[in-house]
Design a binder for this molecule. Structure first.
Ligand code: EPZ
Length: 419
């Protein structure tokens, strides 16, 4: 067991490079099952979630060759198994991304309920309704879902609710399905558009990429190819907040600021000084932050994954802020820990907190509740006086590569120690 020990209040400066997007690379790894040819994926972040996905692929019989720290070649030709490993699946919500490729290629899949961050109910009803719409039969037996089909059949499916992995799954279902599929009320995240562009370069016929209505003409075969993972927009935003709180000049590089348009507007409203370039953002600490109202929304709105670090930023704003988390009903409970550090946050209901700022924060011993909340607590520790200890850092390692090394290079005092 490891923990982070952080001594706060160090001024940070310099450049920090953004890694490839976890929520893009994970899906492309799973999508390698759609073809028997080699898939090369570059700019893959070196994080726990990626390792679990690779373990899941290997468990199914895929050959995964690591070319260097951030590049893999996957070949799934020899996959014989159609049952997803339940122990590994319990660690990762994205294990559900393996379901559609297995179903599309082998006509059958068995999988357990997926795990992942405990931030709300996170049901899979829309996936199941989607598979039924494509003509698949679903049985639930011994804590496993068993789905079968002769061949998926193109359909018209309306998402009752916008879901990222749900949209990605049904796009994959349509690729090799017979006939045409129309998906309505799709999620529009840049990771989905990047995935669709890659599929089209591998022989798919997808129209409406990046829109809420997507049309797909099924094809007989998807080829292999090379996918260069897009920069992680959540890391980009997280590092920008770190720069706003403790930087004397932090340049976030290797990013695509276009993917965070609403987030930048929100930061400007709060009074953060930003210089936004094509592939970088330069942030300087501001001495007077303004309170605001934050409301998470599906893309292109303000992403829920940046809500926890934004909440930490607002503990330093002068006045009353409101954070409205509209996507998940369990993604504000970490604010309790911020209060232990000295913040003044009142939970109105599971979806809303009111923050009275500015408050001085002091270091405490705490546990990381989930990936993004863990990162928010780490940011709080960077601005707190004294020493903080964060346990359960597996949760942070799930999504951020060598975070202590990268922040140390900016000047932070953060150490990984064995408990
Ligand atoms: C993706 O999760 C991301 N994960 C999440 O990032 C992110 O927070 C989320 O999208 C929202 O942007 C991955 O891409 C691996 P959803 P996903 O389905 O797809 C409800 C991180 O920290 N819903 O878009 O699982 C659901 O309960 C993670 O990197 C149903 O009701 O999220 C939620 O309220 C955490 N039924 C809403 O939809 C379903 O069948 C949106 O969730 C599916 C979802």
């Amino acid at each position: 067991m490891e923990k982070f020990v952080i001594c706060g209040k160090n001024p940070l400066s310099g450049e920090i490079a953004v890694a490839g997007a976890k929520n893009s690379a994970l899906k492309l790894l799973a999508a390698s099952i759609l073809t028997v040819e080699d898939c090369r994926i570059t700019n893959v972040p070196d994080i726990e979630d990626i390792q679990v996905m690779i373990d899941l692929l290997r468990d199914l019989g895929a050959k995964v060759e690591q070319k260097n720290r951030h590049e893999y070649i996957i070949n799934t030709k020899d996959i014989k198994k159609i049952e997803i490993n339940p122990v590994l699946a319990a660690k990762l919500r994205s294990s559900i991304m393996l379901v559609t490729p297995l179903l599309a290629r082998f006509g059958e899949v068995k999988f357990p309920y997926p795990g992942g961050c405990v931030i709300g109910k996170r049901p899979i009803d829309i996936f199941l309704d989607g598979f039924k719409a494509f003509g698949a039969e679903i049985k639930e037996e011994n804590n496993f879902f068993h789905i079968k089909t002769k061949r998926l059949k193109g359909c018209r499916f309306v998402f009752p609710w916008i879901t990222v992995t749900g949209t990605e799954s049904l796009i994959m279902a349509a690729l090799l399905a017979e006939g045409k599929t129309t998906l309505i009320n799709c999620a529009e995240e840049p990771e989905i558009a990047a995935m669709c562009d890659y599929f089209n370069s591998s022989g798919a016929r997808i129209k409406g990429i990046g829109n809420s209505t997507i049309e797909i003409e099924g094809v007989k075969k998807i080829s292999g190819g090379t996918f260069n993972t897009i920069p992680d927009r959540i890391e980009t935003g997280t590092f920008a907040i770190i720069g706003a709180l403790c930087g004397t000049g932090v340049k976030v590089v290797n990013c695509n600021p276009e993917h965070l348009a609403v987030f930048w507007e929100q930061l400007k409203k709060i009074g953060v000084k930003l210089d936004i370039g094509k592939d970088f953002v330069y942030i300087k600490k501001s001495n007077s932050l303004k309170p605001t109202e934050v409301r998470t929304h599906e893309y292109p709105g303000l992403t829920t994954d940046l809500q926890p670090p934004l909440t930490v930023l607002l503990t330093q704003a002068n006045g009353l802020s409101l954070v409205h988390e509209t996507i998940y009903e369990g993604r504000l409970f970490y604010t309790d820990i911020l209060n232990k550090m000295g913040a003044n946050i009142i939970m109105c209901d599971p979806h809303r907190v009111v923050i009275q700022g500015p408050t001085k924060l002091s270091g405490v011993t705490m546990e990381s509740p989930d990936l993004r909340a863990g990162m928010a607590l780490l940011i709080a520790a960077l601005i707190a006086s004294g020493k903080s200890e964060i346990g359960n850092i597996y949760q942070i390692d799930r999504g951020y590569e060598n975070i202590e090394g990268r922040l140390t290079r900016l000047g932070a005092n953060i150490k990984r120690v064995s408990k």
